[in-house]
Design a binder for this molecule. Structure first.
Ligand SMILES: Nc1ncnc2c1ncn2[C@@H]1O[C@H](COP(=O)(O)OP(=O)(O)OP(=O)(O)O)[C@@H](O)[C@H]1O
Ligand SMILES: [Mg+2]
Length: 414
């Protein structure tokens, strides 16, 4: 395949604090090279949801323009990240008769179609249908049904739905910015693609992306996604606590959080101080870093208690020996993994996108897990997917690596 023919993929991560458009060229073995990057401050979102269409579209447009300029390519469509507490998930069951005695891809798709036929309120849309495991003629615990003999194939599926109006608003923002939405991808699924290892997914792991406005969770067990959740809490709350606690402007609070913040008060020396001018005051004031850490620690503790609650509610809390992988901008907070380890009593690591090629300078940062993950997701989805036939652009078939495909099929059918 010549460079000209190589498929171009585009992801737009519409976050609460930043919008990141990435353009990449798919190369041999389904690797990609990032050709264009457009990072812009986000305006018009709250807790991951569009609350101001005009401001959001403008911010997306600026981000697209920048990615077009850096790549020299025109962006007409993209995969778009999705978050917000309007997203919810249900588990469902589907079955289909096996045509021809040996299970093939179409049988799997038919079983997933059946699982999809659950009653969804008219004001919600299905965003993903994810397989969690199969049974063939009553024998459960099957992960790779294709090629097996059988009469009846059943699938356990995880179905992710979102409020239709929120999807419409986000789509309108992207359209107004000049691009079509190829598909929405739930934030934690994209982030997981960027930061989880195959081994972690097999063992059982939770990925937790703590951004500015949302905290996104996905639980992987036996290689498959078993549970997802988006919560409307994130690093912005820490900033606003600092604003109130130390009487500073939002900009000042954000700055000192990043410069002096720590998630564990006792880790900060008592005589560690910094200076700042409180809001409305003329003179500089001295602040103790410990006091700052106290404010941060309280909020981080609350945030993780919600995360733990959610993991417990999923019922899979005992099935996560690989622990937790933290990502998202707020996971750069010093001490956060140590704090999480103590609260969860599980291994915790902070992860960022790695092994990237092309224009990657700014992307080696946990804040860009979803952005890079959107590209990873797109490559996998276009290789072979349940949803592809309906609305995804198809990437050249010769680019398929069957090894990766079968792993992927095991893991996720979106
Ligand atoms: N070193 C740091 N210490 C603490 N917080 C940080 C640090 N660096 C970034 N953050 C925080 O990370 C958050 C932004 O993260 P991120 O870019 O992942 O969010 P987003 O994708 O825009 O929003 P979301 O996904 O929640 O809609 C901000 O609240 C910012 O203050
Ligand atoms: Mg984000």
């Amino acid at each position: 395949m010549s460079t000209q023919d190589a498929p171009i993929i585009v992801g737009i991560d519409v976050g609460t604090t930043k919008i990141c458009t990435l353009v990449a060229r798919v190369e041999a073995n389904n690797k990609f090279r990032i050709l264009g990057v457009g990072i812009e401050p986000s305006r018009g979102l709250r807790k991951g949801v569009v609350v101001d269409i005009a401001s959001t579209s403008k911010a997306i447009k600026r981000s697209i323009d920048k990615a077009e300029r850096t790549s020299g390519l025109e962006i007409t469509s993209a995969q778009v990240s999705l978050a917000g507490s309007h997203v919810s998930s249900i588990n469902s069951h589907g079955a289909s008769g096996v045509t021809g005695g040996v299970i093939d891809q179409q049988d799997v798709f038919r079983a997933l179609d059946a699982a999809k036929a659950v009653s969804i309120p008219h004001n919600r849309d299905i965003v993903h249908v994810i397989q969690r495991g199969f049974s063939v003629d009553g024998q459960d615990g099957i992960h790779k049904p294709i090629g097996m003999h059988g009469y009846r194939l059943e699938v356990e599926a995880h179905i992710i739905t979102a409020a239709s109006t929120s999807l419409d608003n986000l789509e309108q923002c992207v359209n107004t910015a000049g691009a079509e939405v190829e598909a929405f991808v739930l934030n934690p699924l994209a982030s997981a693609e960027a930061v989880l290892t195959e081994t972690e997914r097999e063992m059982g792991v939770v990925v937790c992306d703590i951004g500015g406005g949302t905290t996104d969770i996905a639980i992987y067990i036996n290689g498959d996604v078993w549970h997802t959740m988006v919560m409307g809490i994130g690093g912005n709350l820490i900033t606003s606590d600092i604003t109130h606690g130390l009487r500073l402007s939002i900009e000042q609070a954000e700055k000192i959080k990043i410069q002096y913040g720590h998630a564990i008060r006792s880790e900060v020396s008592e005589d560690d101080v910094f200076q700042m001018r409180p809001f409305g005051d003329e003179t500089l004031k001295e602040y103790r870093r410990r006091d700052l850490a106290l404010i941060i620690e309280a909020r981080v503790e609350e945030l993780f208690s919600y995360v733990i609650q959610e993991i417990k509610r999923s019922g899979y809390d005992g099935l996560l020996p690989a622990g937790m992988v933290l990502t998202g901008g707020s996971s750069s907070l010093p001490g956060i993994s140590q704090f999480a380890r103590k609260m969860f009593n599980l291994p915790v690591r902070v992860a960022q996108p790695d092994n990237l090629q092309g224009m990657t300078d700014q992307l080696h940062d946990p804040a860009f897990a979803t952005s890079v993950g959107l590209l990873e997701w797109t490559v996998l989805m276009n290789t072979i997917s349940y949803e592809k036939d309906s609305y995804r652009k198809q990437i050249h078939q010769e680019n398929i690596s069957w090894n990766k495909v079968s792993n992927f099929l095991r893991r996720l059918l979106p």
